[in-house]
Design a protein around this ligand. Structure first.
Ligand code: ADP
Ligand code: MG
Length: 352
């Protein structure tokens, strides 16, 4: 165990976290330091509450990236859930289980700095948490509280036949980044000498693979997009387990089917490169790879005002439409074949 961390102990570490936590939400009556935080709830509306864990060995390997990025990601994946409701994040709680033979105090400080950095980006205050030791890996369990948008939160359940189906950004980047990390590539590092580099892989593809690793390690939640889509999106979900799976959730909750056009899927350039490198189908990476943290949403067939007017500069692609039928997404191939789109990541059904 790191001697500096041992000298500090649990309460010393909590004290350090307390000193570093910046107050960003005016409603924090009492933050870290008592048995529970005391928070003002904005009058009238409800409260959005979400929690997401990051586990060493399941979601990340310590050697893959920087502790700072891990802190950022723990926050970002939770912000993504609030974004998918169109809401505004306010308060965050951090559950921290630290392996005794694990990170040094310096690394933990970097992790906390990353979490604070991301909290600053989204105007969130760290108001509490829990700290204990872990017999296996590092665990980060983040709970985020926020407020729904004026009007109402955007749910998974509002899609209607005839609606358009859209996605923000590019897909498959995070899955490709994960493949690259598993292969032994590292962010910011030159191509390793012990990994065969195919002749077709030019500077451009290498840059795309680097960008894909960045998507995996430091996803950027679409908070502004989620908020901008309030009043226009009829249903919304963030893409955490892959479009195949998340479109499935949207269909189930809305009791509709969806037709997704394979030719319309915006495939991340890093996903195309990693698919070629590992003999995979790029479309499969884009549809079934998890952790892109883009938004998948539906709108009336011909939204007025248009999406370009609602969110200028927002990269969105219309990938299909909502139809009536069994509540599953269908994938329409360029040759006219149509199949049920299944798959995506399931923690309790991990195959080979
Ligand atoms: P209790 O024993 O009553 O649960 P703790 O000693 O666990 O209290 O926590 C004391 C205070 O420190 C509480 O306000 C708690 O929310 C906060 N705290 C503990 N661990 C963390 C952490 N990892 N991040 C932020 N706040 C924390
Ligand atoms: Mg107590």
């Amino acid at each position: 165990m790191d001697p500096e961390l041992a000298a500090l102990g649990e309460f010393g570490l909590i004290d350090l976290i307390r000193q570093r936590a910046q107050q960003r939400s005016p409603g924090t009556i009492l933050g870290i330091g008592d048995d529970a935080a005391l928070l003002a709830i904005p009058a009238g509306g409800g409260l959005l509450v979400t929690t997401d864990m990051l586990l060493e060995g399941i979601h990340f390997q310590w050697r893959w990236g920087r502790p700072r990025d891990l802190g950022r990601k723990a926050m970002a994946v939770n912000v993504s859930d609030i974004a998918a409701m169109g809401g505004r994040p306010l308060y965050v709680l951090l559950g921290l289980a630290i392996p005794l033979a694990g990170p040094s105090l310096t690394e933990l400080e970097a992790l906390l700095a990353g979490l604070e950095e991301e909290a600053a980006t989204y105007g969130v205050t760290l108001v509490g948490g829990d700290t204990c030791s872990s017999r296996s890996g590092l665990v980060l369990a983040v709970t985020l509280l926020g407020v729904p948008p004026p009007g109402d939160a955007v749910l998974r359940s509002g899609a209607k036949p005839g609606d358009g189906l859209w996605v923000t950004g590019m897909l498959g980047g995070a899955a490709a980044g994960l493949l690259a990390l598993e292969l032994g590539l590292r962010p910011g590092a030159p191509w390793p000498a012990d990994i065969a580099r195919p002749a077709w892989l030019a500077t451009e593809e290498e840059a795309a693979i680097q960008a894909a690793m960045a998507v995996h390690l430091t996803p950027a939640p679409r908070l502004a997009a989620g908020q901008a889509l309030v009043g226009c999106a009829t249903a919304m979900i963030d893409v955490s387990d892959g479009v195949a799976s998340d479109a499935g959730h949207l269909c189930t909750e809305s009791r509709v089917a969806a037709r997704i056009l394979a030719s319309r899927i915006p495939i991340h350039a890093g996903a195309a490169a990693m698919a070629r490198l590992t003999a995979r189908d790029p479309l499969d990476l884009a549809l079934r790879g998890g952790e892109d943290y883009e938004l998948l949403f539906t709108t009336p067939a011909d939204p007025r005002p248009t999406l370009a007017e609602i969110a200028p500069g927002l990269a969105v692609t219309r990938i299909g439409e909502v139809i009536a039928g069994q509540p599953v997404p269908r994938l329409a191939r360029a040759d006219g074949r149509e199949e049920i789109l299944a798959g995506g990541f399931d923690h309790l059904r991990v195959s080979g």
